[in-house]
Ligand binder design. Sequence first.
Ligand code: QUE
Length: 336
Amino acid sequence: MTSDDSLVTSRDRRIGRILLNRPKALNALTLPMIRDCTRALHDWAEDPHVHAVVIGGAGDRAFCAGGDIRALRDARVSGDQAFVDSFFAEEYALNLLIATYPKPCIALIDGLCMGGGIGVSVHAPYRVATEQAAFAMPETAIGFFPDIGATFFLPRFPGELGTYLGLTGTRMTGADAVHAGFATHFTPRARLADATAALARDGIAALAAFDETLPGFSLAPHRTAIDRCFAADTVAEIVARLSEEDADWSRAALKALRAASPSALHWTLRSLRRGRDLTLKQALEAEFALTRTTMAHPDFTEGVRAMVVDKDRSPRWQPARIEDVDPAAIDALFLG
Ligand code: QUE
C-alpha cells in the first residue's frame, strides 16, 4: 500500500477491492498509486480466492480526475525525463493489464472521471456509471492529447462521436456515457454500496441486478451533424463545418476548439485517425512515443499552469491559432 494510503486495497469475500483514495485531489493518479494498483492486480490474478476485482474512488466528487499532471509538469520543468517516462510507461502498462486481466474487473464510476481515470475504467469489461458521473477526455485544454488508450477506443465509438469528444473535451453524463461506450451499466449512486456488497457475496452474476433503465441519449438529435462535422480530415475543415451549423451544441464545440491548444488539436486528430487501424497495445505504444514530443512542447507546461496550477484559464498557446500550426511539423511526428 502507498505510504499515505492514496491507494487502498482490500479483500471482501469473493472480490479484491481497489480504492483510489486522494479525494481532495479528485483521486488523481500518482505514480505510487499506479504501482500499487498494478501490484494488487498481479497478486490477485494468482489468488484462487479472488473471483473479480472492483475499482472505485473515495468520496462523492470524483472517481478519478486524471493523471497527476502537476507532478508531470514539475518533472518537465526540472528536466526529470526519467519520471515522465516512468509515469506514462507504467500508466499505459496498467491500462493494458486491466484490458487483458484474466478475471472480471468492475469499475464503479461516480462523480468526475477524466483522462487517466478513464484509463483505469474504460478497459475493464464492466463499467457501472451513476447519474452523478461525468466523463470527459479534456486533454486538448491542457496542451496534451487523449492518451491511456483513447486513440484505440475513441475511434470505435459510434460514428464520429469519439473525434468530437477527443477534440472538444465535452463532458458527458453517466447515461450518455453508456450510449457512447465509456460505460456498460447504469445504476443510481444510492445503490452503489449494495452493488459492491452483492458482488462480494455472489460474484459477477450480481451485476445484472444493477443495470437500470437508461434515459435516452441527449446527443441523439445531433448525431448526424456531429458525424458530418467531425468526419473532416483537418482541424481547419472541422472548424469550417461547425461554423455552418446553427445550434447550441455546435457553438459550444467551436468555443472549446478555440480555447484548446491548436497544436494539441492537430496531434489529437492525427492520433485518432491512426488509431482506427491499431490494436490497443499498438495504440498505447504510439501514444507513449507521442508523449515524448508533446511533453517537450511549451503548450503542456502552459496548459497545466493555466487550468490546474494558477487556474486563470487563460493559456498562451504557441502558436496561438489553428491555422498557424505548421502541417509539415505535424506530418513529421506521424511518419513511420
Ligand atoms: C484537462 C485535463 C485535466 C485536468 C483539467 C483539464 C487532467 C487532470 C486534472 C487534474 C485534476 C485534479 C487534480 C489533478 C489533476 O485536471 O487530465 O492532479 O488534483 O488530471 O482542464 O486533461
